[in-house]
Design a protein around this ligand. Structure first.
Ligand SMILES: [Zn+2]
Ligand SMILES: [Zn+2]
Length: 259
């Protein structure tokens, strides 16, 4: 991932107003909802008549105009109306802690994916499992990817609950593993829409946490169409696949830890 620094230079000297700061924050939010900025902590600071912030992106050209949607462009216009006459962008370098971005010429399929620790794109390439920027797709509604980011953050929240094993663990495991849960329904709907749009399979991952035995696991069936799972080994995470329902699943984590 690539880190950029953006400096907003106000034409008038003097204090930066609350409106100007609010607009910069909204500009970052619009970049985030368009997949141009990845949700990392973005330091923002004021020095005299300039405001500076760091932005983490998936690609070197993530912030290019061709990747901006109408909301991002509107915020840029508003920033100029609010007195920022110059916006300077500089490249700081690579963030080594993040998963790389897919460079496949044509991915054969995609996976909607997130974890509690995920700071990436909600969409992964099926072939290399690296990030695919959201702005490479068409938004499902209203010109931005708010629905996908909602699913992504809700998934992260549920995965955090199950990881902490303290509050709402049962609720979280149901959301993550049951194809009829509100979270899964939301994710499956997104996969269905994006599969229609890209004309490629879009897989949804159903997490299996607790299992009785490995034998039981191997006899599990796809919970939607009830056909036997296709046994697979995909990116060391997924062991079961149903091409009919575009689902992926895993051998229960509790059993894998014991072995
Ligand atoms: Zn790829
Ligand atoms: Zn199925």
């Amino acid at each position: 991932m690539h880190v950029f620094r953006m400096t907003f230079l106000a034409s008038k000297s003097g204090a930066i107003s609350e409106d100007q700061i609010e607009e910069i924050t909204s500009f970052h939010a619009a970049l985030y909802k368009n997949g141009q900025a990845i949700e990392r902590e973005y330091p923002i600071w004021i020095n005299k008549n300039r405001v500076t912030m760091n932005i983490t992106c998936l690609e070197k050209n993530s912030l290019a105009k061709c990747n901006c949607n109408k909301y991002v462009l509107n915020h840029l216009k508003k920033l100029s109306e609010l007195g920022f006459n110059k916006i300077h962008k500089s490249y700081l370098g690579i963030d080594p802690s993040c998963i790389e971005t897919c460079e496949c010429k044509a991915s054969s399929a995609f996976i909607l994916f997130s974890t509690y620790a995920s700071y990436a794109s909600p969409i992964r390439c099926y072939d290399c499992f690296k990030n695919v920027p959201l702005y490479q797709f068409q938004p499902i509604c209203n010109f931005e990817f708010l629905d996908i980011m909602t699913w992504y953050n809700d998934y992260k929240a549920c995965d955090s609950l199950q990881m902490h094993c303290s509050v709402g663990e049962r609720f979280a495991l149901k959301q993550l593993g049951d194809p009829k849960s509100a979270l899964s329904k939301m994710g499956l709907k997104i996969c269905e829409e994006l599969a229609k749009q890209t004309k490629k399979p879009f897989y949804y991952f159903l997490m299996k946490h607790y299992g009785i035995s490995k034998r039981d696991e191997l006899q599990r069936k796809c919970p939607l169409c009830k056909r036997p799972w296709l046994k697979q080994k995909i990116h060391r995470l997924f062991h079961f696949q149903c091409k009919n329902c575009s689902l992926l699943s895993n051998v229960a984590y509790s059993l894998r830890r014991r072995n």
